[in-house]
Write a protein that binds this ligand. Sequence first.
Ligand code: GRF
Length: 195
Amino acid sequence: MIFLGVMGSGSGSNLQAILDAIDDGRLEAEVSLVLSDNPEAYILKRAAERGIATDLIDCGQHLNKFPHNSQVATAAKLKAAQIDLVCLAGFMRLVKQPLLEAFPDRILNIHPSLLPLFPGVKAWEQALLAGAEKTGCTVHLVDEGMDTGPVLGQAEVAVTPGDTAETLHQRIQVAEHQLYPSVISRYGQRLARQA
Ligand code: GRF
């Protein structure tokens, strides 16, 4: 059994996909803690409705930055909850030391493109603007860069004629909801073998 901490700033559809995979036996794990930097984020509601512990990440007045002290506090919360693996799911701040140091090779992220193509925000719009014939999603280990860590898994999504940013993003999200739980499962088994 692997204990997951999930961090997100928004809707939490990937959290939902992880929970669904746990429910139907595709992922042997438990989500023990959900953290958000946004008190209004729907991810917190999804977690609370399910009885999962939630907490807020206080970043003070900083809109985008993840201040050092907030990262120290976040690492302490995740450690106190005995989290094995941290899953970023739409978390909109860049993770740096000391959170990375507290969870070496144990922080995953899902990104809506085939990295290294289209890192950063609104990757599906970047793909459309570039005239890409295909895009997709990537699960990777988090390092100090923006969407740059080692890739653990990818799924392709074709760009179809007439796609808008919305339709493309929706299809990428469907792919994300399959990919993330399966990579977490595989990576979790790898960690268990190393233990
Ligand atoms: C996903 O598209 C993910 O790739 C990106 O943020 C979005 C989060 O969506 N990093 P949700 O909050 O899981 O619905």
